[in-house]
Design a protein around this ligand. Sequence first.
Ligand code: UDP
Length: 407
Amino acid sequence: MTKSFKLTTIQDYAKVVGDETVDRILKKAKQLENLHVVNVNSTGYGGGVAEILSSMTILMNGLNILTGWRTIIGRPDFFLITKNMHNAIQGGEMDLTEEKKRIYEEVVYENSVRIHLHNHDLVIIHDPQPLPMIEYYVRSRPWIWRCHIDLSNPHPGLWNYLKGFVDKYDVMISSIKEYKQDVAPPQRFCMPAIDPFSVKNLPLDEKVMDAKLAEYKIPTDKPIFCQVSRFDRWKDPQGVIEAFRKAQKEVDATLVLLGNAATDDPEGEEVFESLLHSQNDRIRILPYGDDTILVNALQSRAACVIQKSTKEGFGLTVTEALWKGTPVIGGNVGGIRYQIQDGENGYLVSSVDECAARIVTLAKDKDLRERMGKQAKEGVRKNFLLSRLLEQYLDLFIEVKESVVKG
Ligand code: UDP
């Protein structure tokens, strides 16, 4: 007998978002049955894009939308260049030499030879790594470029180069309207969302949480503040440590920075190592972020989650924590501004001092944390579950499936 597993379907969402929403989604999906869709990105694991694709592709297949997912294979020099691009799109520096362009385009070309995107009704390319792939196909169906990065202030020289590829797409999607660009294709804006049924987001038994925190020797005697993020300079882990040290002058608490590595991010180890000298009994810097139960336990048990990014397309980690009823102190940037309503489900901060002051406020006031936590969960239920993002995709697919969208 073939073994089968229970996978999440959109019907499972009815108990969270209501029958009406699910029925509407089912009707829309009916129009798309057997549509052959493929997603291409640069990693199957680590980071928000892989997190969304792993749940979204299952949901879509459950609706008979034949949705595939391919990842491109790259050499270390390719990923160094694409991480440099990622940084420069978010406002960093880049010396875009002809040699870097050659390596970038050559690796994408090799991948396009290998992955055969010929028979699909819709192709969705994620982020800059596979962006030039469109050059190497004769297309008869729409291609969508979905950019997950903070595009508010891209490096002009780099953006001008990438725009040459973007202009060939039929639609560009980014997370919020502030990322709108002067490009040829029509633009759509869809904020990412989370899967409430994933192991990371399902409620955990208190005993399981206790055991997990004990396993990693995380003290639970004082309020826990934590940031769960790839070790990436835009997530400002150093700033979190400085803010926590300032707050420690007024309150007793524990800080945990938990991170993991993504296969397309070669800078993680260096950032992680640069933080290690700050470790002590109350400041824990842990590279065990692949342990999903640990991520869940920390986001659930923390007095407050911090996401002090200085650039952030959209922080899934913010939504994950809010869904667990945990208030979040987040950098006042990018998508985080839509996720946190200042003073209601957390705080938006623009400096180390502001972050420190908010840590103090929340460490001292359990009632406030609980009030914010309730609002936090309800906000996610209304706006940031995958059912909403799925419906936005279905609307777009219906719009573009027969042709190429206009204006
Ligand atoms: N993540 C994780 N372990 C870690 C760090 C991050 O599982 O140690 C997950 C996190 O829970 C979230 C995703 O990776 O689902 C990160 O997405 P986000 O949008 O916050 O940031 P990105 O890494 O895409 O910039």
